[in-house]
Design a protein around this ligand. Structure first.
Ligand SMILES: [Mn+2]
Length: 308
């Protein structure tokens, strides 16, 4: 049985499904993407019959648009495909049998990894999957991705993202797949702990530095704190939203090499909706959007205009 996994490239919630796939299926391939690339990739894969090579196709922590969903709904592919996403602004796609967009269950926030884990446990249970070590890792990823760890003060949840950033995708997958195969319980080893300590200091310095660089603008009636930054997206957004709580409605992070992110702490602003203004999508308190086309070229031209 050969499986194809399509998942989110940017964080532990998108990467951990690779580990889960490894624990269940002997043969699999995966492809990692940004949300803004999903539609284009799906169309490419459909045109080139890529899914024909697989018995099952899973899409986790990501979803395509209704346009693509409608195409698949008219194909046999829908019988071997399952989408498990938790992004609020895709809820409408639950009308398709092969798509489950679940934001929370009984007041508990879900994530791409936790939804996929439950799906695998329900449909392909095995002894590895039932281990405490993978159950704990999944819940740490879920708690980190939904920002629940802030409320429960579970710093280990945030540490998983840190370790992914340092190890890189391939080593993260290799290390924790091996770990779960060898350990019944989850714990961080000495190397993990050292990395986390160093990173804590580095992150604090980075965020403190960003605090003085926020530019406040009014956008569509909202006061938005804008910062150009590439690192610590979620922590930075959250810390700046708290620091500027009295001055802004939310924070907009422009990463010139990746995307735009919106982060807030105020329930009355829906950032999933706000992101749509920028062709993006996401959750109420955290969302993102692609960079406008031509942005870098314009920035270069602007810099060059300054030449004496
Ligand atoms: Mn996620």
């Amino acid at each position: 049985m050969k499986v194809f996994l399509i998942s989110h490239i940017a964080d532990a919630d998108g990467i951990t499904p690779i580990i889960l796939t490894n624990l269940v299926f002997s043969e699999y391939d995966y492809h990692l993407l940004e949300p803004s690339e999903v539609d284009e990739y799906m169309k490419y894969a459909l045109e080139n019959n890529i899914f024909d090579n697989y018995d099952y196709v899973f899409v986790t922590d990501l979803c395509f648009t209704d346009e693509v969903a409608r195409i698949i709904d008219n194909m046999d592919l829908k019988n071997k495909m399952h989408v498990l996403d938790h992004h609020y602004s895709r809820l409408e796609l639950n009308k398709y049998d092969f798509i489950d967009v679940i934001d929370e269950v009984n007041g508990k926030k879900e994530s791409g990894t936790s939804l996929y884990y439950k799906y695998l446990l329900d449909n392909y249970p095995n002894d590895l999957l039932k281990r405490k070590s993978i159950e704990t890792l999944v819940d740490l990823v879920r708690s980190g991705d939904t920002w629940e760890w802030k409320k429960t003060n579970n710093e280990m949840a945030r540490d998983i993202s840190t370790l992914l950033a340092y190890y890189g995708i391939d080593e993260y997958v290799r290390k924790y797949t091996k770990f779960v195969r060898e350990n019944e319980e989850f714990y961080l080893d000495d190397i993990d702990k050292t990395i986390i300590q160093i990173d804590k200091r580095r992150m604090k310095e980075y965020i403190d530095d960003c605090k003085s660089k926020v530019i406040i603008k009014e956008i569509k009636g909202y006061k938005v704190g804008i910062i150009f930054a590439e690192l610590y997206r979620s922590e930075l957004g959250n810390d700046l939203a708290e620091y500027y709580e009295d001055e802004v409605d939310f924070i907009m992070i422009i990463n010139m090499n990746r995307s735009i992110s919106f982060r807030g702490i105020k329930q009355e602003v829906n950032l999933g909706d706000f992101a749509k203004l920028f062709n993006g999508y996401g959750h109420k308190l955290a969302s993102g959007a692609p960079l406008p086309e031509g942005l870098k070229e314009e920035a270069i031209q602007y810099v060059l205009r300054g030449i004496k």
